[in-house]
Design a protein around this ligand. Sequence first.
Ligand code: HAM
Length: 422
Amino acid sequence: MSFKVPRGTQDILPEQTPKWQKVESVLRELSRVYRYKEIRTPMFEQTELFQRSVGDTTDIVQKEMYTFEDRGGRSLTLRPEGTASTVRAYVEHKMFGVPDQPMKLSYIGPMFRYERQQAGRYRQFVQFGVEAIGSSDPAIDAEVIALAMDVYQSVGLKDIKLHLNSLGDKETRDAHRTALINHFKPSISEFCNDCQNRLEKNPLRILDCKVDHEHPLMGTAPKLTDYLNESSARYFEKVKEYLEILGIDYEVDPNLVRGLDYYNHTAFEIMSTASGFGAITTLCGGGRYNGLVSEMGGPDLPGIGFALSIERLLLALEAEGIELDVEDSLDIYVVAMGEEAKKKSVELLSSFRAKGISAEMDYIDRKMKAQMKSADRLGAKYVIVIGETELEEASVNIKEMQSGNEEKVELSELVNYLLEHK
Ligand code: HAM
């Protein structure tokens, strides 16, 4: 009997984790300077939370959720995204009562969607996201977008593009919805079953259909941007103005509708334009959700945020041929010859590590030559060999591997020597 990781999931092996840790440290540092405080919510929630927030008619809720009943008969769902949980926690803990608003939160953790497996699409993936709740200042929209762009710039990606749209307010969406129904209704029988169901429930989702995207009526469909009322249009203009102040290039994309129901006004996605990147080019998605906090039982407060997956960020790096500068250094390898020398090595390693010096030795009884080879493979900066003579003299020759230079150092002085030289 042999076992494999579940379809759509992956093991991240020790040779890959330094890259992940590097990206995570960039994300944490950017959250710090933009001041989005980390929140950690459970990995599962009441199923209804996602039905109400992400939306009953979305692909996520209809086809992609990992939903199960627990032993107490409650319907629970592994979180498919982080906004619903964050807003739930914001309301539950009355964070709107904190004097300094907006509340700026960030999160990082696994999300689960039962999607068709393909490059860049996993069933468990790690999202980093931010949410700013309690402000409808277009400057905060620009800040959230700037933070997302900063993530990609900080890891060195160049081939990225920001797509921007406005979904307007409720009045805008109602007018657009009626226009869409009138547009598609006469020919709806030519569309897939999903689209036929979407016509009355959520016609905007037809524009996002993966099956019928080449139908001629798609290209001529009424565009949301043509239905923006005056206040929505003004809001959108201000967001663009702030992006210009920040020097962030964007392309207005009237077809950008996003796959979740809670959005209004600003919606955006960041795509990879690298030639080696697969079919799924969206690296990051987000937008404004002004009705969500009240929908979750809180006061009528606005919000905006985004999420991106680390998996797709790493794929984009690969497509652009960018190697992250990851640190995996070994300061010293101690080669021990004989039982007494081994005892001394154990003691030395402990004193090195207590001072933050990374140190390694042999634990499988290898001969000296094999231990030296191992030190080389591990990229040790320094190597010492301890045998009878070294123990007697209480000193060793410390060898700097790159130059081959050796220096005699007393055993009791090794820590200080390494602290000075490492
Ligand atoms: P989303 O567009 O569903 O939005 O997902 C955001 C990002 O998560 C995508 O752009 C992509 O990078 C990543 N992602 C989604 N599904 C997968 C998958 N199956 N495999 C790998 N990566 C994936 C949201 O989740 C919203 N909660 C974003 C948001 C936050 N809006 C406002 N605040």
